[in-house]
Unconditional design. Structure first.
Length: 359
């Protein structure tokens, strides 16, 4: 049953996998009791599947229950307790609850440093996760120091060609990209790609991610001719390995559509955007942040074509999802709100920008 649930998860069928984990949890509780460490693990797995679907309100209680069990049964300084703290922090980060995520990430890191040591791979993962939190908040200096420490540990403990080393290189490159430090980002993305191609193979989903990220870097620099073949290679791998209906395949399609839109190739962009949106709505649901992002991007295409009525409807749908799921103050909510305001300005309609609060 667990293998079946994991297989569904790997295929991106998160709702079906969650149903199985709900059944597994019931069995584990019945056989081992509500406070057994295996119950905590089952709660973690179920919560993670809820989180992947954007069901954040449902994910929080099982993450908290798992944490409470581990603190009580294993102790507040056990490595599994650190894992629960990390997972709950990740949920808060996904919701833009950065102030709540940071102390949990820090506590998880402190436990791992004390129990596992400063040079353990799990400690390096904690350093990476805290760095990622700082990156999304624009705290680049703090993020860079942690990313570099994380990378140094992975390289020392696991070796320069380990997949986790490749991930660490990728994340540091993303930080540099966000800062416009493209010359520093490119060799790191290329090293990450080379490791993944060698160790995991050219048709692994992580290799596809590296291809995608290097393409995004080229796209950001306007190097469209170099970006397009990488996007296409990435999409082909995702389609082959994960399938047409996987969220990562949808994201890859969306990125290629963005490239086409920026080149004015609107006829090629639209079907890709629509296919991407259809996957998100089917797999993740109509109220997932990725679905809202897809709505926003398709709206941007329509706006570029002067199809203002269609764009407005999609921007409003996107905004409603972000407001409901992430809240009115989240950066993604503000992005869509600004896009809608720009649409109204472009039309010269003189409309008042809608409030982010409920009427």
């Amino acid at each position: 049953m667990i293998q079946q649930a994991d297989s569904l998860k790997d295929k991106g069928e998160y709702a079906e996998a969650a149903l199985l984990w709900e059944q597994i949890l019931e069995i584990v509780v019945m056989m081992l009791g509500p406070e057994h460490p295996d119950t905590a693990t089952s709660l973690d797995n179920l919560a993670g599947l809820y989180e992947r679907q954007g069901r954040y309100g449902e994910a929080e209680p099982p993450y908290k229950r798992s944490l409470a069990i581990r603190e009580k049964v294993l102790g507040p300084e056990h490595s599994d307790t650190a894992t629960s703290l990390n997972n709950l922090a990740g949920l808060y980060e996904s919701q833009g609850r950065y102030g709540e995520a940071e102390p949990l990430y820090k506590l998880s890191l402190a436990i791992r440093e004390k129990v596992l040591g400063a040079e353990h791979s799990d400690t390096a993962t904690s350093l990476n996760n805290l760095a990622e939190l700082y990156r999304v908040q624009g705290r680049y200096g703090e993020a860079e120091r942690l990313y570099k420490r994380s990378l140094a540990v992975f390289e020392k403990v696991l070796g320069p060609e380990h997949p986790l080393t490749a991930t660490s290189l990728n994340n540091l490159a993303a930080l540099y990209k966000d800062q416009g430090r493209y010359g520093e980002a490119e060799p790191l993305y290329k090293r990450s790609l080379a490791i993944r191609e060698k160790v995991l193979g050219p048709e692994h989903s992580d290799t596809a991610t590296s291809l995608n990220n290097l393409a995004v870097l080229y796209w950001a620099q306007g190097r469209y001719g170099e970006a397009e073949p990488l996007y296409k290679r990435s999409l082909a791998v995702y389609e082959k390995v994960l399938g047409q209906g996987h969220p990562l395949t949808a994201k890859s399609r969306n990125n290629l559509a963005e490239l086409y839109k920026d080149q004015g190739r609107y006829g090629e962009a639209e079907p890709l955007y629509k296919r991407s949106l259809a996957v998100y709505e089917k797999v993740l649901g109509p109220e997932h942040p990725d679905t809202a992002t897809s709505l926003n991007n398709l709206a941007g295409l329509y706006e570029s074509q002067g199809r203002y009525g269609e764009a407005e409807r999609l921007y409003k749908r996107s905004l409603a999802v972000f407001e409901k799921v992430l809240g009115p103050e989240h950066p993604l909510t503000n992005t869509v709100l600004n896009n809608l305001a720009e649409l109204y300005r472009a039309q010269g309609m003189g409309r008042q920008t809608p409030s982010t609060s409920a009427p």
